[in-house]
Write a protein that binds this ligand. Structure first.
Ligand code: FMN
Length: 207
């Protein structure tokens, strides 16, 4: 049975344009992989562990090649649960709008919790190695303006380069499905772009 983790980073629920596209992708996964388990992680409604002094201390233990010790052991339980939840998935869908040129802060918080040495990547003599390779990752995003390739605003887009880098660090190669511009557009123009992105999602084969 395939497992899908859907990480939702828009708080707009039924009004979310990003989620309309992501829902089409999830439906296509369910069509191609009947019985696929969908685990929904809504970062705006999830109580993510704070990366406080104790948890960050644990991170430095791992970065320097030590085991977790002292109060870091208990403090890391929630972090490990989130890492295990991520790594349990065969397919990961990240639904994110653009907020101030990048991802919403709650998604960044989630990444800061889960992206840990020894779990998602490790350092070797020949450089860092991703430990999450082999999973399919899709980033569904919408933006108020148009930052697509070769447009004047492309250099301002911090979603695509950032997620490529951070996911790549874990050995993952994301596929992007985007709709833009959403706000600098007419109702019809916006709808046409959402429909095009839905079509793109429906054209992906998981069978
Ligand atoms: C807090 C906030 C910040 C935003 N910042 C940007 C931005 O920097 N650039 C942009 O093009 N759109 C920006 N937008 C617009 C959203 O990216 C756009 O409306 C998107 O389609 C919303 O997706 P959703 O309906 O899935 O939530 C912002 C919206 C919000 C709520």
């Amino acid at each position: 049975m395939k497992k899908v983790l859907h990480i939702i980073a828009s708080p707009r629920g039924v009004n979310s344009r990003t989620l309309r596209i992501a829902d089409a992708l999830i439906k296509k996964i369910q069509k191609d992989l009947p019985g696929a388990e969908i685990d929904i992680l809504d970062v705006f409604n999830e109580k993510l562990p704070e990366m406080n002094i104790t948890r960050v201390k644990g991170k430095y233990m791992l970065m320097s090649g030590q085991e977790l010790s002292g109060d870091a052991i208990a403090a890391w339980e929630e972090i490990k649960n989130h890492i295990n939840r991520f790594l349990a998935a065969d397919i990961i869908v990240i639904s994110t709008p653009m907020w101030n040129f990048g991802i919403p802060y709650k998604l960044k918080h989630y990444i800061d919790v889960v992206w840990q040495p020894g779990f998602m990547f490790k350092y070797t003599e020949t450089g860092p190695v991703g430990l999450a390779a082999g999973r399919k990752v899709f980033v569904v995003s919408t933006r108020g303006g148009d930052y697509s390739a070769k447009t004047p605003a492309e250099p301002f887009d911090q979603i695509t380069p950032y997620l490529k880098t951070v996911l790549g660090w874990a050995g993952l190669e994301p596929q992007f499905i985007s709709a833009q511009p959403m706000d600098a557009n007419t109702e019809e123009g916006r709808e046409a772009l959402i429909q095009a992105a839905i079509k793109q999602a429906e054209s992906i084969s998981f069978a």
